[in-house]
Design a protein around this ligand. Structure first.
Ligand SMILES: [Zn+2]
Length: 201
């Protein structure tokens, strides 16, 4: 059994970036953990986004951890690094997923930079893409999530406070997963793409 840790700056990042892959790990009997660094208070004036994360984590029985960093003001310095180090120490993950660092959202870039330090002893580290990730993101590691794409759509939909955003729509989430499959010559499949930052075997 492997221990997996996915780190997201905001509620919904992990669902959009790697929920299919996490579902697949869970199905294989692995221990899946989700760490969200902020409560996502900058993204909505109504509703409790932590409840949305709780409901989506429950779909795959993942352990969910929240930290209290300020939405839009995540630093890449010691405060964030030590939080990430704390979870790496606590959970001893074999594999960690973090947001891509080539992203237009400052919290994603800083989370990436802090995680590179906080996860320096982790054996396998991958970056996932989100709607704010740059077009220059070039995945080199792919997970076929065809059997889990419906679960991913369900998890994304749970974040109803974000529902008005175009990238939360089923066709947007499915479209990207389809595009990533076509990109590696897989027909009629759904894929999540990652940047493999470090893999030690
Ligand atoms: Zn985000």
């Amino acid at each position: 059994m492997k221990t997996i840790l996915a780190i997201g700056p905001h509620p919904d990042d992990i669902e959009l970036g790697c929920f299919g892959t996490l579902s697949k790990f869970k199905d294989s009997g692995d221990n899946v953990n989700i760490l969200v660094l902020t409560k996502g208070e900058g993204g909505t004036t109504e509703g409790d986004r932590t409840e949305e994360s709780r409901a989506s984590a429950k779909l795959i029985d993942a352990n969910l951890y929240f930290e209290n960093l300020k939405d839009r003001y995540i630093s890449e310095g010691p405060e964030t690094i030590s939080i990430i180090e704390k979870y790496v120490e606590l959970l001893k993950p074999d594999i960690v997923f973090i947001p891509s660092g080539i992203d237009t959202h400052q919290d994603h870039r800083t989370t990436y930079n802090a995680a590179l330090v906080g996860c320096r002893l982790v054996q396998e580290l991958y970056a996932y893409e989100t709607p704010s990730t740059s077009r220059n993101f070039a995945p080199n590691f792919f997970v076929d999530i065809t059997d889990y794409v419906d679960l991913k759509l369900k998890a994304v939909k749970i974040h109803s406070t974000q529902g008005g955003k175009g990238y939360m729509a089923d066709r947007a989430v499915k479209g990207l997963a389809q595009y990533r499959a076509f990109d590696i010559l897989l027909n009629d499949r759904y894929v999540e793409g990652f940047d493999a930052i470090k893999v030690i075997k």
